[in-house]
Ligand binder design. Structure first.
Ligand code: DX5
Ligand code: ZN
Length: 220
């Protein structure tokens, strides 16, 4: 099967100490660092962009899993490529017209393309992006409305993960929003293998225990 990737969401970290927070998560067993890039337009919140990714890249070789909650993802491809982003996951809701060019540009800058969808977006909308000749390599199924950490997991999104896993046995399927010890069972059973977790990891007294539990549930 597919391997587990546990990705703490740095949105829940202390942004004033980003490098040390990143090192702390990696020493707790994180596989990836999930970086939430928001533009204050696609979502009602504003976070970080390429300059912060570039600064963090100087402190770590870790896989930087960038989640683009922005209206114009194409504008971010070159800056993020130069900054050293690893994964570039854009939203299907804003990329219906230009996803082919977007995927091609992401790959040409050496990043791994992914597509994300909001809770209300039907799963069928990402099929063409998985099945084309220039496919995305990951689907991020949002399990909360994008924009903020610390929200409640929406179990009704799991049907999309089940359908996707059945159709694509080896695809990387990521889930993001409200994941933690109390919601991992349903997400893992549905077929998710890449797990983003913000408040449940950063809010834990022993983040390493939470990360290893999430991994165990995906792998069992
Ligand atoms: C929400 C972000 C998430 C968020 C997850 O829009 O995409 O990555 O940080 O945080 P938790 O795990 O606290 O829901
Ligand atoms: Zn995210």
């Amino acid at each position: 099967g597919v391997s587990a990737k546990i990705a703490p969401s740095m949105l829940s970290s202390d942004f004033a100490n980003l490098a040390s927070e990143a090192h702390r998560m990696l020493s707790c067993g994180a596989d990836w660092l999930h970086m939430d890039i928001m533009d204050g337009h696609f979502v009602p919140n504003l976070t970080i962009g390429a300059p912060v990714i570039q600064s963090l890249r100087k402190h770590t070789t870790a896989y930087l899993d960038c989640h683009l909650m922005v209206t114009n993802p194409l504008d971010y491809v070159e800056p993020l490529g130069k900054a050293g982003a690893s994964g570039f996951t854009f939203h299907v809701e804003v990329s219906k017209e230009n996803w082919q060019e977007l995927v091609q540009q992401i790959k040409s800058k050496g990043m791994r393309p992914g597509v994300s969808l909001k809770p209300g977006t039907p799963i069928e909308e990402v099929y063409p992006l998985i099945e084309g000749e220039n496919p995305v390599e990951m689907v991020l199924v949002m399990t909360v409305e994008p924009g903020f950490g610390g929200q409640k997991f929406m179990p009704e999104t799991m049907e999309k993960v089940r359908v996707l896993r059945k159709k694509y046995p080896t695809l990387d399927i990521e889930v993001d929003g409200g994941l933690g010890p109390s919601t991992i069972d349903v997400a893992a059973a549905a077929g998710a293998n890449c797990i983003v977790a913000g408040s449940s990891v950063f809010g834990a007294s022993e983040p390493a225990q939470v990360i290893s539990l999430l991994r165990k549930k995906v792998e069992e």
